[in-house]
Design a protein around this ligand. Structure first.
Ligand SMILES: Nc1nc2c(c(=O)[nH]1)N(C=O)[C@@H](CNc1ccc(C(=O)N[C@@H](CCC(=O)O)C(=O)O)cc1)CN2
Ligand SMILES: Nc1ncnc2c1ncn2[C@@H]1O[C@H](COP(=O)(O)OP(=O)(O)OP(=O)(O)O)[C@@H](O)[C@H]1O
Length: 193
């Protein structure tokens, strides 16, 4: 059987993931609070009614306090269910009382109906100023953004910035990147048509 094809870009990304997870894990609670505050203000200025967030994996930024605030303000929240690799994410509606189910790769998703978000919050291990990001390597967000054509707001710490990330042919840039220090508009619009 032929060996799976691993490109040079995929190998560079693997090493970066390891380094950047270490940096992210060194961030303080104050940095996380500042980031959530900034993210809240950015989302408040947008009219999206269904916002896709994530249930945190170990070491990740916890968006749940922000999700509670958004729910109270009348927005709806979806969390991703992780399908087999090669497929886009599916989002299920989350409310305070909804039980969570165990999904692939240690992820958790709500036991709720499917929702189609109109704005998606995207975690990353690293980003650059043109809007390219490095995730866990599933290619899930690129496939999801290719399908949904909705704006993507990436969020993470300023120490996760890279001069330039290796961009593969399927990488879709983020429209906005929010760190604890600044809000970067990349000029990229992932819209229909
Ligand atoms: N909280 C959260 N949920 C999320 C994501 C995320 O980044 N954060 N995802 C973003 O796409 C999707 C899940 N994506 C994932 C893709 C690959 C692996 C994975 O291959 N994990 C390896 C080790 C990864 C590593 O540390 O190198 C494993 O579990 O063996 C995990 C999650 C959807 N849900
Ligand atoms: N729309 C797509 N169609 C086909 N292959 C894709 C698509 N999007 C991504 N891929 C492939 O999936 C693999 C993983 O992609 P990548 O390294 O960009 O993941 P990631 O952005 O780090 O992960 P995630 O989005 O899950 O956080 C790569 O080999 C990439 O070429």
């Amino acid at each position: 059987m032929a060996a799976p094809q691993i490109s040079e870009i995929d190998l560079q990304k693997k090493e970066l993931r390891r380094q950047m997870a270490e940096r992210r894990n060194a961030a303080s609670r104050d940095m996380e609070a500042a980031l959530l505050h900034r993210l809240h203000n950015v989302i408040e200025a947008q009219s999206a009614s269904v916002i896709a967030a994530v249930w945190p994996l170990p070491g990740e930024i916890d968006l749940r306090p922000l999700c509670f605030q958004l729910l109270k303000a009348g927005r709806r929240i979806g969390f991703p269910e992780t399908p087999p690799k090669g497929h886009p994410l599916l989002f299920r509606e989350w409310k305070e009382s909804v039980p969570m189910c165990e999904g692939r790769f240690g992820t958790s998703y709500p036991d709720g109906p499917e929702v189609i978000p109109d704005l998606v919050l995207v975690p990353f291990l690293a980003f650059d100023r043109t809007g390219y990001r490095l995730g866990y390597g599933g290619g899930y967000y690129d496939r999801t953004l290719a399908k949904l054509k909705i704006p993507a707001i990436g969020y993470g710490f300023s120490i996760q910035e890279m001069e330039a990330l290796p961009a593969g042919p399927y990488d879709i840039p983020l429209s906005v990147i929010v760190t604890e220090k600044e809000t970067i508009k990349t000029g990229f619009h992932n819209s229909k048509g």
